[in-house]
Design a binder for this molecule. Structure first.
Ligand code: HEC
Ligand code: CU
Length: 330
């Protein structure tokens, strides 16, 4: 909506009024039609209200009051009400047809040659997989969904526990992810950038901290990213990171996390093979810095109460070595 450029909510991130792709653009167009029709109707109603109040006052002041037979004024009232009713019905039908056409356009978004990305909702984070015919080339990550710009994307979604809803407003409308039920939604992002999204269906205590980013980049950057993500984790190159890896493998971490190329292979929590390549942790809650990682590992419950990761205690040196190791996982 050009007129409203600069007004908060109409620009920037996590708003469907600043579309970054065709899906959100269709939705924004539907919004604009409803917005302008209802705005004009509101203004006209106010004008008519002011005029009638003014005329009434004028009529009372005039001596003698202008005479109108009751029959004449009845006829006028009936005509005015009927006219307003017809206009209302026509406008509502226009809005209905436009909404219907919008969902048709969304349903017809091009699915041929689309890149499929699997998204699994968890309490309270997003597991993201890039399927590959060769199983060991499959890429698994969390909360940051890389994708090439101007390429049709099929988000194939489901939930691992309760109902979640996948919503990146600048990109596409909401899609509920249900346990035991698979759903496909087409998307495309034409503007490069980090488009923020969030779970849009109340799913428990940390629902509000279940965000994600759609990272739209050029095809060559995306290919580079995918190729590096499909590698196993780097092996420790010095004694500190080697010890850090031992700390990881000897704690409960391995019961919930995977690091490719080690014996840790669990899918309960986010895959950590390329943890250091992500810019946030805990579903977009915290920047991925050493301090945040340390606080998170020691007591995730103080950061994100109720989250599915228990507190961990370990000697200070073990923690430092573990952090040094995790930071090599690019
Ligand atoms: C009982 C399962 C469990 C155990 C044990 C566990 N974690 Fe987690 N971990 C999780 C879950 C679930 C999340 C996601 C939490 C969220 O974002 O809501 C997580 C998130 C993380 C993250 C943030 C990842 C990201 O991309 O957001 C890191 C780092 C992490 N864990 C490291 C560890 C380390 C190191 C250990 C061992 C000391 C450990 N975890 C033990 C379940 C576990
Ligand atoms: Cu939710």
């Amino acid at each position: 909506m050009m007129v409203l450029q600069g007004v908060p909510g109409f620009t920037g991130n996590q708003t469907s009024l600043n579309p970054a792709g065709p899906g959100a653009a269709h939705i924004e167009h539907n919004f604009a039609v409803i917005f302008w029709i209802t705005s004009i109707v509101y203004c006209l109603t106010m004008v008519v209200l002011v005029i009638s109040v003014w005329r009434r006052k004028h009529a009372l002041n005039a001596i003698p009051a202008p005479q109108q037979t009751t029959e004449e004024s009845d006829r006028f009232t009936i005509r005015a009400v009927t006219g307003a009713m017809i206009v209302t019905v026509v406008l509502l039908v226009i809005i209905l047809i436009n909404s219907f056409l919008t969902s048709r356009k969304l349903g017809k978004m091009n699915g041929e040659n689309a890149l499929t990305i699997d998204v699994y909702g968890h309490e309270w984070w997003w597991e993201v997989q890039y399927p590959n015919a060769e199983a060991d080339k499959m890429v698994i990550t969390a909360n940051e969904i890389h994708l090439p710009v101007s390429v049709p994307i099929r988000i194939h979604g489901t939930s691992r526990d309760v109902i979640h809803s996948f919503w990146a407003p600048n990109v596409q409308g909401k899609r509920d992810l249900m346990p035991g039920y698979d759903t496909d939604v087409m998307m495309q992002v034409d503007k490069p950038g980090r488009w923020r999204g969030q779970c849009a269906e109340y799913c428990g205590l940390q629902h509000a901290h279940m965000s994600f980013y759609m990272v739209a980049e050029s095809m060559s950057d995306f290919d580079k990213w995918l190729a590096s993500q499909s590698q196993s984790a780097v092996q420790p190159a010095d004694s500190q990171t080697a010890h850090g890896q031992q700390v990881f493998l000897s704690h409960a971490c391995i019961m919930c996390h995977a690091i490719g190329g080690t014996t840790a292979g669990s899918r309960v929590g986010p895959d950590l093979t390329h943890l250091a390549s992500r810019s946030t942790i805990a579903a977009g809650m915290l920047p991925n810095t050493r301090g945040n990682l340390a606080g998170w590992i020691l007591n995730p419950q103080s950061v994100k109460p109720g989250c599915r990761m228990p507190p961990n205690s370990m000697p200070g040196q073990d923690l430092q070595d573990l952090l040094a190791y995790l930071e090599t996982l690019r």
